[in-house]
Design a protein around this ligand. Structure first.
Ligand code: ZN
Length: 120
């Protein structure tokens, strides 16, 4: 299940960030996932629950922002939302299209928890 390796790499990134800023934990993490990124939301949630205990992300709020996949027809330049790869252009029926967005899988932001003491 590739969702698990995705979650583990997110954990790695979060831990590296926390270490860099000497944070004690992560309060919230925002992810951006394209609708064609090949991520099953249920599998991701399951992998999340399984992989997180004991990591810096345990207890972090997870927010997922889905990015609707869009493509542009290389023939007539029409731009349209796509539900799957290699969809024909709804305007001219050509299959020569270019995907503009929708395969993203990235961390949009990480909100770190730092120690209570004010840094002077
Ligand atoms: Zn077209």
């Amino acid at each position: 299940m590739h969702e698990l390796s995705i979650v583990l790499s997110i954990v790695d990134t979060a831990e590296a960030q926390a270490q860099k800023y000497e944070a004690t934990g992560v309060e919230r993490i925002d992810l951006e996932i394209g609708t064609l990124a090949g991520i099953e939301p249920d599998a991701l949630a399951f992998a999340w629950e399984a992989a997180l205990p004991g990591t810096i992300l345990a207890g972090a709020e997870r927010h997922i922002h889905y990015i609707q996949a869009r493509a542009r027809c290389l023939d007539c330049s029409h731009e349209f939302d796509v539900q799957q790869l290699y969809e024909a252009c709804p305007q001219c029926g050509e299959y020569f299209t270019e995907l503009l967005q929708g395969q993203e899988l990235k961390i949009k932001s990480i909100t770190l928890t730092t120690a209570e003491e004010a840094i002077s």
